[in-house]
Structures are given as C-alpha cells and as structure tokens.
Ligand binder design. Structure first.
Ligand SMILES: *[C@@H]1O[C@H](CO)[C@@H](O)[C@H](O)[C@H]1NC(C)=O
Ligand SMILES: *[C@@H]1O[C@H](CO)[C@@H](O)[C@H](O)[C@H]1NC(C)=O
Ligand SMILES: *[C@@H]1O[C@H](CO)[C@@H](O)[C@H](O)[C@H]1NC(C)=O
Length: 434
C-alpha cells in the first residue's frame, strides 16, 4: 500500500523525474576546479567583518563561495578562483586580516572528504550511514525503511522541486491514533550542510528501530514528522558542482541575469516572517527571493506545518555548522514566550552532548548567538504556527582538522550518535501539556 501510494504521489508531483535522473549520474567534481584554493579567515573584530565585506564587494568574481558567518569571533572559509588567488591574498594582507591559505587545493579537500572505501557493515538499502550519500541512495533508503517498518511509518512526497526531485516527509507513529503531540524535524534546508541531512536520516532510523527503552517511551508519547532533505536540488549541486553551495537552484526570473551565484534562493530567508528585512542582493548566498513562499521547498514546509498545526508542538531545524543549540528569535533581539523553558531544554541537550565526548555547544536565542536573520523556518513555526518549542541547531564541526562544512566520513558516525543523545535528552525533558 505504502509503495503504491508512494508511486502514485510520485507521478502526481514529479512526473518528469526520469529526465532529471539521467543528468544526475555524474557525482564527481571535475578538473575545472584545479587551482582553486581555500582560505581560512578569522574574524577577530567587527572591523574585520567590515573589511571582509569590502573585499567581497571589490571582487565579486574572485570568490566562488564563502561560509556565512560574517560575524565576530568566527572563522570564514573562502573558496577562491584560480586566477584570483593572489589578488585575494593581497587584499587580506592589506586589511590585516588573520588568515591562512590551505596547503591542499579545493579539489583535494573535496575529494578527500569522501573516502572511496566502503564499510559494508553500515549499508542498508544501498545507503551507508558512515558515508556521504548521493540523492539516489537517500531515496532508496527512505523507501526501503518505510516499507520495512510500514506499520509505524509512511513516506510522503510533499512537493516536487523545480529540478523535479521529490521533497520527502517521513511520518512516524506507533499507533496512528492521530491524537499524540507531533514533533517535526527539518534538515538540509541549506545545500552544503550535509551533516544535517545525515542527522535526520539517522534519527529516522533510530526511531523506527526502537532499540532502547528511552526511544520506546518517546514513541509512546509522540508522533514524528521528519523532512530529511528539504533542498535536494541544492544538495545534488553541492555534491557534484560546488561544495559550498547554500541556496536552492531556482532562477528568479524577475532579474535578467541568473548565472553563477545569482541562481537560487536562500530557503531559510523565504518564510513569511519579517520577510526580507535583511535585504541581501540576488547574487548573495542569503538572497530571500522575490516574495514570501516563492519556493516549492518553503511551500512544502508551510503546507505540512499548517496541516499538522493542531497537534504540532515542537519544531527542530537542523543545520551545520557552529555547535549551537538555538531558539527564537532569529529575526530580532526580542525575548520570546517560553524563553525559560526553551533555554532549560537546550541546556539539557547540550549537557547530554558534552557527556558523550566533551563537545561544547552554545545556547541561546539565534539573533543573540549568531546574527539576526529574517524569514527563517524556526521563527515562522514559532510565531505563525504557534508551536510551543522551536529550535535551530547548528551541529559541531569535525574533531580532526575542523573545516566548516567539510566532514571526513570517519567522523560522521560519532557526530550523529552524540547529536541523537542530545535530542533524546531534550525530548524526554519536554512537557507538551504544561
Ligand atoms: C564524470 O566527470 C568526470 C570528471 O569530469 C569524468 O572524468 C567522467 O568521465 C564523468 N562520468 C560520466 C559518467 O559522465
Ligand atoms: C594594518 O596594520 C598596519 C601596521 O600595524 C597599519 O599601518 C595599517 O594601517 C593597517 N591597515 C588597515 C587597513 O587596518
Ligand atoms: C572525542 O574527542 C576527541 C577530542 O576532540 C577526538 O580526538 C576524538 O576523536 C573524539 N572521539 C570520537 C569517537 O569522536
């Protein structure tokens, strides 16, 4: 039944999928990237932040992508074009920015991230929990798992992207009584945040397998809706073309030009909550789009949130990286309702994570912990849908040679296990009725 339904909804939403599937085969970065370099730049002061912004504006074509932490006390990674390496290095020196150029080229770094040796003990339905998996393997795992555990799970195709990939939601309930409070988890809103996608997939597998008493208890109390990969087009692009891609792949036609970085909308700025107050230009990594919910991906989240609104009480948006357990608001410094309760739950989560292997997470309202950001899914779920608890979690970086989004495959498993430990502690400490 599940399979047939899945197939029908697939036909309805993603009729042209086969066309795309053909063009998706090549999963390797090509040699055009030879000579491109990565710089680590340390932001020691607000002055540094402003200096880096000026460098970026001066030579918009030099830097292919940069990580988004234009904030004090963070490290920004620049992916620089071959013929701009000297210019960028000179600019960094001129502005006295603390920086280093990585010895390995961009291509070496992204190749080393994925180890070609497979460890078969982690394989399930063609997906490997100890690897970075392509879209096809993710799809096959989701179909496989929800079929194997069909008594307690259902796979829904919520929407289809402009490149005609399905956006999946996995519904999990051990009784389908439709009365229990729902916890919703969203992953992969930003293309390059692979660890986030892996986290959701791991959570799905843990919940379905119910190997411990704690997980059984959680499943008796709650239903789950998990969107493991909200931005599949961006994800595929990040895997095959440009590792640090963040947005989706929709060309916003209100502008003439839509090449290179100017393609795409930052989905986590596209929700109808203080929309576009940050005013990023179209070609920026944080471009909010032409109007709220202009994108299929954000429509998918909105539609699910609205459909489940009555029973939905907790919303998690998982990101990578930064080691932060955050809650509203992102849009302003305003203190949210349930502040004390969300702070308490966050502290319980990060305490549990720390106990596993010492990883330290920061806790607090997103605007205070990182920077203000309008149009986020967390604020929308909290203010418009009115969930009791909303969180945005930035997973930590790798332990060995931390390099932002880059996560060597042997580091995936420990990260996922400790993240689940934190999430489990947080959920066990919740009270949906109080
Ligand atoms: C994929 O891309 C690589 C690098 O450009 C190329 O060597 C290889 O032949 C391509 N494979 C396919 C199946 O197109
Ligand atoms: C960089 O540092 C040097 C020496 O301390 C100073 O003379 C110069 O003005 C600084 N440049 C900028 C852009 O801050
Ligand atoms: C635990 O943390 C240490 C220090 O960061 C690290 O070297 C080690 O690899 C970690 N162990 C696991 C299993 O992640």
């Amino acid at each position: 039944m599940n399979l047939i339904w899945n197939y029908i909804s697939f036909l309805i939403h993603c009729i042209n999928f086969l066309v795309v599937a053909v063009s998706e085969k090549n999963n390797t970065f090509n040699s055009n990237h030879e000579g491109q370099k990565l710089f680590k730049v340390y932001m020691n002061s607000e002055k540094d932040v402003q200096a880096l912004k000026r460098i970026e504006e001066k030579c918009q074509d030099c830097i292919i992508q940069w990580t988004d932490y234009f904030a004090q006390n963070t490290k920004v990674i620049l992916h620089v074009k071959e013929d701009s390496v000297n210019e960028v290095r000179d600019d960094l020196l001129k502005h006295n920015l603390t920086h280093e150029m990585l010895k390995d080229s961009y291509l070496d770094v992204v190749k080393k991230e994925r180890n070609p040796l497979r460890s078969p003990q982690h394989d399930e339905f063609g997906y490997n929990y100890a690897k970075h998996n392509g879209f096809g393997a993710i799809r096959s795992l989701l179909i496989g798992l929800t079929n194997k555990y069909k008594r307690i799970s259902r796979l829904e195709i919520v929407e289809c992207t402009i490149e005609i990939r399905p956006i999946y939601a996995v519904h999990i309930s051990n009784d389908w009584s439709n009365t229990k409070p729902i916890i919703m988890i969203e992953c992969g809103i930003h293309a390059r945040e692979w660890a986030s996608v892996e986290a959701c997939i791991y959570f799905i597998s843990v919940l379905l397998k119910q190997k411990t008493e704690n997980i059984k208890r959680i499943m008796d109390q709650y239903d789950f809706v998990i969107l493991p990969l909200l931005n599949p087009d961006g994800y595929v692009y990040s895997m095959s073309k440009s590792r640090f891609w963040r947005k989706n792949r929709h060309c916003d036609k209100q502008y003439e030009m839509c090449d290179l970085n100017c393609v795409g909308i930052d989905l986590n700025r596209n929700f109808d909550i203080n929309f576009c107050e940050d005013q990023s230009p179209q070609c920026a990594a944080t471009y909010c789009g032409s109007k709220p919910f202009s994108e299929k991906e954000t429509q998918a989240v909105r539609n699910i949130l609205k459909r489940l609104q009555k029973r939905l009480f907790a919303f998690f948006d998982i990101h990578s990286y930064g080691a932060m357990w955050m809650f509203p608001y992102a849009k302003s410094m305003e203190i949210p309702r349930n502040y004390e309760e969300m702070k308490r739950l966050s502290e319980i989560a990060v305490e549990a994570i720390k106990k596993v292997n010492g990883s330290e997470y920061r806790v607090g309202p997103a605007a205070r912990v990182v920077y203000t950001a309008s149009g986020s899914s967390m604020d929308y779920a909290f203010d418009v849908i009115n969930v009791k608890y909303a969180f945005a979690i930035e997973l930590r970086e790798a332990n060995i040679n931390p390099l932002g989004f880059i996560m060597h495959e042997e580091e995936i498993q420990p990260l996922l296990e400790e993240t689940w430990t934190g999430l489990e502690a947080c959920i066990l400490a919740m009270n949906p009725y109080k």
